[in-house]
Design a protein around this ligand. Structure first.
Ligand SMILES: [Fe+2]
Ligand SMILES: [Fe+2]
Length: 390
């Protein structure tokens, strides 16, 4: 196919200092050309012409598209000026309105503006979305994207065209982004609602389907990051709590406690938290403050649910009284921390870190069963083992 259509573009105005250009199309010609040679060929022509003369190669804005007789302009920008974050197109597909700019990348068009902010996703956009290989939002609009994820996660559950595996995959990916946000801003008071909005869709998949844990096990992130660790502990705790027949309200609280269990690490020197290898005695003493800090942070969110606070505060207590921060014994430790500590240890053992490889789940469970029976609640651990081997 020939792209020799220079007449298509009536003007290109450069401002090379900033690597920005404005290209203006004759709109009718552009439409006809696209009609003849498929959608977005006009943009390819534009790019070829512009790229030949500068290093500008990303289209970021359609500025004018009012009447067909008039012209259509595109602002173009050097790709290095664009800071983009990936967007999950499966969630975008379920939305009706999007309040941030969306960029699409595919082989033919490279990068172009796919949706203006506050656009409606109609049938046409939906079908085009199928062909976009990757889509992005501006990093500067990350908050809007995060809010969008938070508000649309629930709608995935209502989509009957998705299988359970697809649903858990979408929910885990979005929840991972949102948990990252939660741990990046540990002092944000909205975290109380955010933690609930992350847990609810996961819980829904668990309550309404048999053996959802096997779907989650396929997609759980086995590289250790604080946020994925917390999310994994939350997934395990929700499944385990469900096996232990907790009601929906209790499960929501348990999932939130598990999600927030390590939030107190944000108050500890990152050099200690991220240290590769064993901590010195002094560093370990500092580290032992994280359940207390976590409890204080959760309190500052105005979380009043005693079970959530206890889940965070006591998750390193051990049944034999050798845990921290309060050396509590079996009877003094609540149900939530007992559940969370089993899930916490299992996830820590089965994830990779730069200084250690991941254990297989069988090895991890064997180790827990044989060496930690004075720390962990035996019947909870047994239920956990049964659940993973269903
Ligand atoms: Fe912890
Ligand atoms: Fe942990």
């Amino acid at each position: 196919m020939s792209h020799e259509k220079p007449l298509l573009i009536s003007r290109i105005i450069y401002k090379n200092d900033f690597n920005i250009a404005l290209a203006v199309f004759k709109f009718k010609k552009y439409r006809i050309y696209n009609g003849l040679y498929k959608y977005h060929c006009g943009i390819s022509v534009l790019k070829q012409k512009v790229i030949r003369q500068s290093n500008i190669n990303h289209i970021i804005d359609e500025t004018q598209k009012k009447e067909e007789e008039k012209q259509q302009a595109y602002i173009l920008v050097d790709k290095d000026m664009l800071n983009l974050i990936p967007v999950d197109k499966r969630i975008l597909n379920l939305a009706t309105k999007v309040d941030f700019k969306v960029f699409a990348e595919d082989e033919k068009t490279h990068m172009s503006l796919f949706l203006q902010a506050d656009s409606v996703i109609d049938k046409e956009k939906k079908s085009k979305l199928k062909y976009a290989e990757k889509i992005y939002a501006l990093e500067s609009e990350k908050d809007k994207y995060d809010n969008f994820l938070e508000n649309h996660l629930q709608s995935i559950l209502r989509d009957n065209s998705l299988s359970l595996d697809e649903k858990t995959d979408i929910i885990y990916a979005a929840s991972s982004d949102l948990t990252h946000k939660l741990y990046a801003n540990p002092d944000a008071l909205e975290n109380a609602t955010l933690s609930e909005n992350i847990v609810k869709p996961m819980l829904d998949t668990i309550i309404h389907n048999e053996n959802t844990i096997s779907s989650y096990l396929k997609i759980i992130e086995y590289d250790y990051y604080t946020h994925t660790h917390s999310l994994n502990v939350s997934v395990y705790a929700l499944c385990l709590g469900n096996e232990l027949n907790l009601d929906e309200e209790k499960l929501t609280s348990l999932g939130r406690a598990a999600l927030l269990h390590d939030i107190g690490k944000s108050k500890i020197d990152p050099k200690i938290v991220n240290k590769q290898g064993k901590l010195t005695q002094e560093e370990f003493e500092m580290m032992k403050n994280h359940p207390t800090y976590g409890y204080e942070i959760a309190n500052s969110y105005k979380i009043e649910d005693k079970n959530i606070l206890e889940g965070i505060y006591q998750h390193h207590e051990k049944l034999d009284g050798n845990g921290y921060p309060n050396k509590l014994s079996d009877k003094e430790i609540g149900l939530f921390p007992k559940i969370i500590s089993v899930c916490d240890i299992f996830d820590a053992l089965t994830t990779r870190r730069s200084y250690k490889s991941a254990m297989k789940s069988f090895e991890a469970l064997t180790l827990m069963k044989t060496t930690m029976n004075s720390h962990l609640d035996a019947s909870i651990l047994n239920t956990f083992i049964k659940m993973l081997h269903k």
